[in-house]
Design a binder for this molecule. Structure first.
Ligand code: PGA
Length: 253
């Protein structure tokens, strides 16, 4: 048994309207289920303030943003800075999600800048990495993820890295209903932890929480969370349904 506390995080992506947000947060707050893990939700920007209010009312859910700018302020039309997010009570931010890498061409150095800027503004980044299907089919997934780590995450200093949460999200598993097997997840999570140990220290590597994401559902979460190096999940689709999300939370301890 390791000492790392599990995390279940809900990435709502660009889903829900204000009524649906209200209903979902009410259902999460009202549930009498005990949470043995840390629970974080990542709503769209426009609902952050409301969700933070709800979360503060319930006292057991933290709130993160799905994205942030790579700079502190200035003439960047349409961007939201980590300082602004921290200012309204946001605690976490997703960085390097494959949808942002693929649709918005976010590259390694841009992701590294976002990591640094969010840490400088007291936001804890959830650094997402993971290989596309073609890379998995070629058996190159470890090399591919290593490069994502080296070129972005490992640009952080030793005193910064401990604030980061890592999420391994194989692209072929996201939104496809085809999750990684427990063996595949464990193999990659151990690999990531070894890389962190080599680059920083064993002590740091043993503390860092590494989440699994990609079609994680009530039906497969128990098996995935039982893996020694899987410290919880980053949940997309299933986090939009209160019952499913609560069910996954109940499996994380
Ligand atoms: P999914 O998404 O659970 O819908 O596969 C996970 C994610 O993209 O974070």
């Amino acid at each position: 048994m390791n000492r790392r506390k599990k995390i279940v995080a809900g990435n709502w992506k660009m889903n829900l309207n204000s009524q649906q947000v209200l209903k979902l947060m009410q259902a999460l707050n009202r549930s009498e289920q005990e949470f043995d893990c840390d629970v974080i939700v990542f709503p769209p920007f426009v609902y952050l303030v409301d969700v933070i209010d709800f979360a503060n009312g319930g006292g057991r859910i933290s709130v993160g943003a799905q994205n942030c700018a790579a700079t502190e302020n200035g003439a960047y039309t349409g961007e939201v800075s980590p300082a602004q997010l921290a200012d309204i009570g946001v605690e976490y931010v997703l960085i390097g999600h494959s949808e942002r890498r693929i649709y918005y061409n976010e590259n390694h150095s841009f992701i590294a800048d976002k990591l640094k800027c969010s840490l400088a503004n007291n936001l804890r980044p959830v650094f997402c990495c993971g290989e596309p299907q073609i890379v998995r089919e070629a058996g190159e997934q470890l090399t591919y993820v290593k490069q994502q780590l080296v070129e972005s995450l490992f640009t952080l200093k030793t005193e910064e890295i401990g604030q980061v949460i890592v999420a391994y999200e194989p692209v072929w598993a996201i939104g496809t209903g085809l999750n990684a097997s427990a063996e595949q997840a464990q193999e990659m999570h151990t690999f990531i932890r070894h890389q962190i140990a080599e680059h920083y220290s064993l002590a740091i590597a043993n503390e860092i929480q590494i989440l699994y994401g990609g079609s994680c559902k009530p039906g497969n979460a128990a098996e995935l969370f039982a893996c020694h190096d899987v410290d919880g999940g980053l949940i997309g689709g299933a986090s939009l349904i209160a019952e499913d999300f609560l069910n996954i939370i109940s499996l994380a301890h």
